[in-house]
Design a protein around this ligand. Structure first.
Ligand code: SAH
Ligand code: MG
Length: 217
């Protein structure tokens, strides 16, 4: 389900075309198997943001089969080092193969672990972080993600509107209640942190952008 008018989403999606045949092939492979992969409208945004920021160190939470990692790598144009975290071993194996096929095993490191552990073990700073994992867990990832985000860095969080549920209780079936409540708490935590700037775009499934305030309040 799209969170905005279908014709708007279709039009924006039509503006995205995969930048290389490997990414197109992986995207198709994933969609055929119902493996989650960044939608075209969000991919268009992600690609623009990477091209704009030219990050050197990227952190991704939620690799799946490596599609968004490859999109970010090529769009950055800065030969970034990417650390990407995936807890599902089968998924991570496919991602490893895909990244090897791209010849990028030395640039894109896949950590096979739950993100809570993997994030707490990470050190250093990342100038671009893409959060795209279990939607009920964004809030619990936030402290480590903010610790790892460089002062000038950009945090991009996908699927924050959860097919509209986050904005409208009537859309929330019982089984998605906790996830929705958690996502609202995540958005509230960002909103109420005086050290952060943020915005929420109704692109794809909802994309939240966040940075550390450059001028202290
Ligand atoms: N970023 C990918 C899609 C990721 S789908 C792309 O656009 O190409 C979300 C992935 O996050 C799934 O593969 C899921 O296994 C993984 N995931 C969810 N919660 C996680 C957690 N706590 N730790 C590690 N991986 C997680
Ligand atoms: Mg996503």
């Amino acid at each position: 389900m799209n969170i905005t008018y279908d014709y708007i989403d279709e039009y924006i999606s039509s503006l995205y075309s995969g930048e290389n045949t490997l990414i197109n092939e992986i995207t198709e492979f994933a969609r055929e198997r119902h493996i989650p992969v960044v939608c075209d409208a969000a991919a268009l945004l992600l690609r623009f943001l990477c091209a704009r920021e030219r990050p050197r160190r990227i952190l991704e939470v939620g690799t799946a089969v490596g599609c968004s990692a490859l999109i970010m790598y090529y769009a950055s144009g800065s030969d970034p080092k990417i650390v990407t975290i995936e807890r599902n071993e089968d998924m991570a194996d496919i991602a490893k193969r895909n990244i090897a096929r791209a010849g990028l095993s030395a640039r894109i490191e896949i950590i096979i672990a739950d993100a809570h552990e993997a994030l707490s073990a990470q050190t250093g700073e990342f100038d671009f972080i893409f959060m795209d994992a279990a939607k009920g867990q964004y809030l619990s990832f936030l402290p480590d993600v903010l610790r790892l985000l460089s002062p000038d860095g950009l945090l991009v969080c996908d699927n924050v509107l959860i097919r509209g549920m986050v904005a409208n209780d009537e859309l929330v079936p019982h089984r998605h209640k906790t996830m929705t409540v958690n996502m609202r708490a995540f958005i509230d935590a960002i909103k109420s942190d005086p050290a952060l700037d943020f915005t929420l775009l109704s692109v794809g499934d909802g994309v939240l952008l966040c940075q550390k305030k450059k001028v202290k309040p």
